[in-house]
Design a protein around this ligand. Structure first.
Ligand code: SAM
Length: 356
């Protein structure tokens, strides 16, 4: 049986499902979900991420982690956690950059939080002999010590619900079946008491908004953890920095946008990170949060221009490639503006990169 056939059976039995339930099954179903069966990252796969664009990304995040550890008073031990580490490239480049400060590495207990067995296997290969530990959820990483957490492109694969403003009020988008038995989008009344996120104004009939309970729950969990144990948590993702309407559900296969309903379990399925709601949840749990800034501004504040110059000087034959990678990571029309960064931190820490 395929995931599509399973979805059809589920809908026949229980009725149309929320977009949130659809996303969860497409991505995380243990038997058929994309991340459980066929995650394909990289140039030959379905999508490429910033650490794969250039080693500069992981190196600069490594320097950010060292700087954060220094601002925290060089705690020993501390937990260095990456959530959703993909093929392990970011952590590998981070640890390579961190070799300049051996005490940082000696004090770091490194944890990778991963739900995908195939990706965990790739991480084990790339990070063999690095003394890294794995957990299936952040809650499994022991508390009681400050935490420096990194997560790149994790929020976008946490599922969201979609609501549509109609002439008669709010409705929730659901995935049901058309007359031929194929998956299709439809609408059902929104749950009693549904309220759109605060700060959304001028919503006209036809507008669609997204709400991600899973992203907010992670904001709460990380905020509470940081408030309790201290530290800083850096989240980088494509998403919005203020509440706004828009259907951002997207399926990607072999770097192309594909039909969201026809490729269940076969494509990466994402929504934009809802940074305002995520950060608000972390603050409500007792942590502080920085401004939400563009990836380009963040990487420039960490010194990507100088790093690119140094790399090009060391390898003049690679200078054009390095310039292209720098452009891809920082230019507003590439990843520099759509991708955003926020840090959740304990109020006694002022994290680097957000001063501007
Ligand atoms: C889009 S990939 C990003 C990979 C990597 N951070 C990078 O930048 O290349 C998403 C990653 O998050 C993982 N993931 C998805 N849901 C997760 C969850 N609930 N907890 C931890 N990891 C999760 C996926 O298996 C994958 O490793």
């Amino acid at each position: 049986m395929s995931l599509s056939a399973r979805l059809v059976r589920l809908i026949q039995a229980d009725g149309p499902m929320t977009v949130e339930a659809f996303m969860r099954l497409c991505l995380h179903d243990p038997e058929f979900g994309y991340y459980a069966t066929r995650p394909a990252l990289g140039a030959d796969g379905d999508f490429i991420t910033a650490p794969m664009v250039s080693q500069m990304f992981g190196e600069l995040i490594g320097l950010w982690a060292i700087d954060t550890w220094t601002r925290l008073g060089q705690p020993a031990p501390f937990r260095l956690v990456e959530m959703g580490p993909g093929d392990g490239t970011l952590m590998a480049d981070l640890l390579k950059a961190a070799r300049v400060i051996p005490t940082f590495r000696a004090c770091a207990e490194v944890w990778l939080v991963e739900t995908s067995a195939p990706l965990m296997a790739q991480q084990r290969e790339r990070l063999a002999d690095q003394g890294v530990r794995w957990a299936g959820a952040l809650a499994e990483v022991p508390g009681g010590a400050p935490m420096i957490l990194i997560a790149n492109e994790l929020l976008d694969c946490l599922p969201a619900r979609q609501f549509v403003r109609t002439e008669r009020g709010w409705a929730e988008r659901r995935v049901g079946l058309d007359a031929d038995g194929a998956l299709t989008f439809g609408l059902a009344p929104a749950p009693e008491g549904f309220r759109p996120p605060a700060g959304l104004t001028g919503i006209e009939p036809g507008a669609l908004i997204e709400v991600s309970p899973a992203q907010e729950a992670l904001g709460t969990e990380v905020g509470a953890r940081i408030a309790q144990d201290g530290g800083g948590a850096l989240f980088i993702d494509y998403g919005r920095d203020s509440p706004e309407p828009g259907d951002t559900l997207q399926a990607l296969k072999a770097h192309q946008k594909v039909d969201r309903l026809a490729t269940a379990g076969e494509a990466d399925l994402t929504v934009h990170a809802d940074f305002p709601a995520f950060a608000a949840a972390a603050r409500a749990a007792g942590a502080a949060t920085t401004h939400i800034i563009g990836q380009g501004d963040f990487l420039r504040a960490l010194g990507i221009d100088l790093r690119a110059q140094a790399l090009a000087k060391a390898r003049p034959d690679q200078a054009r490639i390095i310039a292209r990678q720098h452009h891809r990571l920082t230019a507003p029309e590439e990843m520099g503006a759509l991708f955003k960064v926020v840090c959740i931190y304990a109020p006694d820490l002022a994290p680097a990169g957000f001063e501007g």
